[in-house]
Structure formats: structure tokens, C-alpha cells
Ligand binder design. Structure first.
Ligand code: ATP
Ligand code: MG
Length: 326
């Protein structure tokens, strides 16, 4: 039976009023986390989303016991780092944003090293198979590609059959196929071992596919919390229409689209126009007629479903894009 089934009481994580201020002599203090409240239930795959510097790594590293909070409550598996550090450490798995392992050791040796730290633990063969590194079992760490190193980091985090797994940007830099296979590893860990996952990501597509709930963080604060579907539904617009034409933003600001019903929100910038709409088939004819009347020569027109990316843009007025699956 998996260890997860024997977990203690309480949610996987409870944060209340969490604050972290970094102070460096001679520099102004940096408020990295600014009053976060969060409960992650057991069995969830939970995602922290946000731009560079939002405070994601700081938050997970506090949960992992690697950093002290400046203020606030931090409970992990119903326990407290102050009094139960050893217990917590034995029951969590951690994959850092930038893991560096011993360069000269092979994949198999490193898996054995981590498995040896835990009782019970997974076998070396099982760990290697989990992240599909069989062909590299005897390859030294120094000779692995970036994506292979990342997969190995996830394998080592799973060595002790943890109840709670922290993954800080586990798939950044992975090719789409490796990314998908890591999603399968994460889902299997939750579905078969009953584990809980807290991960950070920049990939909205990943969050939408993988996470039961997400928190969008910006400047150390939560700006949205819910399932991806709830957050998208909260925008009230199911579809996005995107158009491109020379100088389109100026034409739109000049009133080209006035009087067309069903456009909930619009962003125009340079040659690009972005419209949030409830029903594209209802608004599109009017939009096309208006463009034609105004002599706008469209270079492209596409429609798609609203995504988590749109939620982020709506909340912050900025793009998160920092890479993606495209
Ligand atoms: N050791 C440190 N000393 C001072 N400031 C720090 C330190 N570590 C992080 N910061 C600052 O705290 C803020 C949050 O950083 P953090 O690494 O938590 O962000 P993040 O959301 O993980 O970003 P990324 O997506 O780039 O990984 C940033 O402004 C960063 O510059
Ligand atoms: Mg980070």
C-alpha cells in the first residue's frame, strides 16, 4: 500500500498571511511574497502561475523548508517546520527550479543515492523507467541534456514515495513529447499513489491540462484562484477573435467597430486586434462588414476558445508569454 494513504491529518498545505521580505545589506528590501493565503487539499495537482519574479519559487521553497517565512502560517501535511522538520522532510519530494547533481555520477548511481535516503523507497530501475531514462542509465550527469537532467530531478524527488511532491518549473525547456510524458508521470503519481502535487509553471497550456486548481500570482499576491475552467468562465467570454491588418489599432480607436453588439472586451495594438466575444458566429459578420466599409485589408483573422493566457492578460493587462507549446 502506498504511504500516501497513511498521511497525517489536515490539508497538504495551509498558508495564511504568508510574507517573505528579502533583505540584503545596502539594498532596499524586496517583498517577494506579500500576504498569501492558500489551502492545497490532498490529492490535488495544484499550480502556481505567474510571471518571472512573481514569488512562486520563494513560496514553494518556504513550503519545502528551504527558506524561512518573514511572517505568516505555514503548515505542511498538518505539521510545522519549526517542530516537525524531520517528519515533513521524510514525507515530501522536492524538485528545485535549478537542480545541480554530482557531475560525475551516472543516472543509475544518482537514483540509488536518492533511493538510499528513504525507507521505503522506489527501486533504481523503477525510478529510471518512470522518467524514461533507461538508455541513459549509465551516462554521467555532466553528459545529460537539459531536459534529461530535469526528468532525473523529478525521478529523484519521487524516490522516497512522498505524499507531497513539489515541482518548480518541471517542464521548462522540455520538448513537447517529454513534457507530455512528464505530465503522465505526475498524473500517475496522483492517481495511483494518491499523492499531492504543487507545481509552478509559465505554461498556461500545461496548467490548463494538468492542474485541478491554480493560483495566479503577481507581485507576491494572489490575483486569481480556482480551477482553470472556473477562471476561464469568469471572463464571461468563451471565445477570442484575433485580427491583423496594417494600422488596425488606430482604425479601431477611430471607431470602426462602434455599434457592433457582442464584443465584451477589446485590446488593439499596432496591427493587431484582440476581441473577447461570447459567440463568434454572431459577431463576425458585423465585424467583417465594418472592416470592409472602412477599407481595412485583413491579413489574418482567427477565432479560438478563451484560454488561461487570456485570464492572465485580463487580470494584469500584460502577456505572460515566456515560451510555450506553439
Ligand atoms: N535571495 C534573494 N535575495 C533577494 N531577492 C530575491 C532573492 N530570491 C528572490 N528574490 C526576489 O524575489 C522576487 C521573487 O522571486 P522568485 O524567485 O520567488 O520568483 P518566481 O516567481 O519564482 O520567478 P521565476 O518565474 O523567474 O522563477 C523577485 O523579485 C526576486 O528578484
Ligand atoms: Mg521561480
Amino acid at each position: 500500500m502506498s504511504r500516501a494513504a497513511h498521511g497525517g491529518r489536515g490539508p497538504a498545505i495551509r498558508l495564511a498571511g504568508l510574507r517573505k521580505v528579502y533583505t540584503t545589506r545596502g539594498r532596499p528590501p524586496v517583498v517577494a511574497v506579500d500576504g498569501l493565503d492558500l489551502t492545497v487539499e490532498r490529492g490535488e495537482i495544484f499550480g502556481l502561475l505567474g510571471p518571472n519574479g512573481a514569488g512562486k519559487t520563494t513560496t514553494v521553497e518556504i513550503c519545502e523548508g528551504l527558506l524561512d517565512a518573514t511572517e505568516g502560517v505555514v503548515e505542511v501535511l498538518g505539521m510545522d517546520w519549526g517542530g516537525d522538520a524531520e517528519q515533513i522532510r521524510a514525507r515530501i519530494g522536492v524538485s528545485l527550479q535549478d537542480t545541480r547533481l554530482f557531475e560525475k555520477q551516472t543516472v543509475a548511481e544518482l537514483c540509488a543515492l536518492f533511493a538510499g535516503l528513504y525507507e521505503p523507497s522506489r527501486s533504481v530501475e523503477e525510478l529510471i523507467a518512470l522518467v524514461q531514462l533507461e538508455e541513459k542509465a549509465d551516462t554521467r550527469y555532466a553528459h545529460l541534456s537539459g531536459g534529461q537532467r530535469q526528468r532525473l530531478a523529478v525521478a529523484t524527488a519521487l524516490a522516497g514515495r512522498p505524499e507531497l511532491l513539489f515541482l518548480d518549473e518541471p517542464t521548462t525547456g522540455l520538448d513537447p513529447q517529454s513534457r507530455r510524458s512528464l505530465w503522465d508521470v505526475i498524473r500517475a503519481y496522483r492517481d495511483e499513489d494518491g499523492g499531492t502535487v504543487v507545481l509552478t509553471t509559465h505554461y498556461m497550456e500545461e496548467a490548463a491540462q494538468l492542474c485541478d486548481r491554480v493560483m495566479v500570482v503577481d507581485h507576491g499576491r494572489s490575483i486569481a484562484l480556482g480551477s482553470p475552467a472556473e477562471l476561464i468562465a469568469g471572463l464571461g467570454a468563451a471565445h477570442v477573435v484575433e485580427a491583423r491588418a496594417p494600422g488596425l489599432a488606430a482604425r479601431v480607436d477611430g471607431g470602426v467597430l462602434e455599434g457592433i453588439e457582442g464584443i465584451l472586451e477589446r485590446h488593439a495594438n499596432g496591427d493587431r486586434l484582440h476581441l473577447s466575444v461570447t459567440a463568434p458566429h454572431v459577431v463576425l459578420p458585423g465585424i467583417l462588414r465594418a472592416f470592409e466599409r472602412a477599407g481595412v485589408e485583413l491579413e489574418a483573422l482567427t477565432t479560438r476558445h478563451t484560454s488561461l493566457e487570456d485570464v492572465f492578460v485580463h487580470l494584469t493587462g500584460r502577456q505572460l508569454r515566456d515560451g510555450g507549446e506553439s
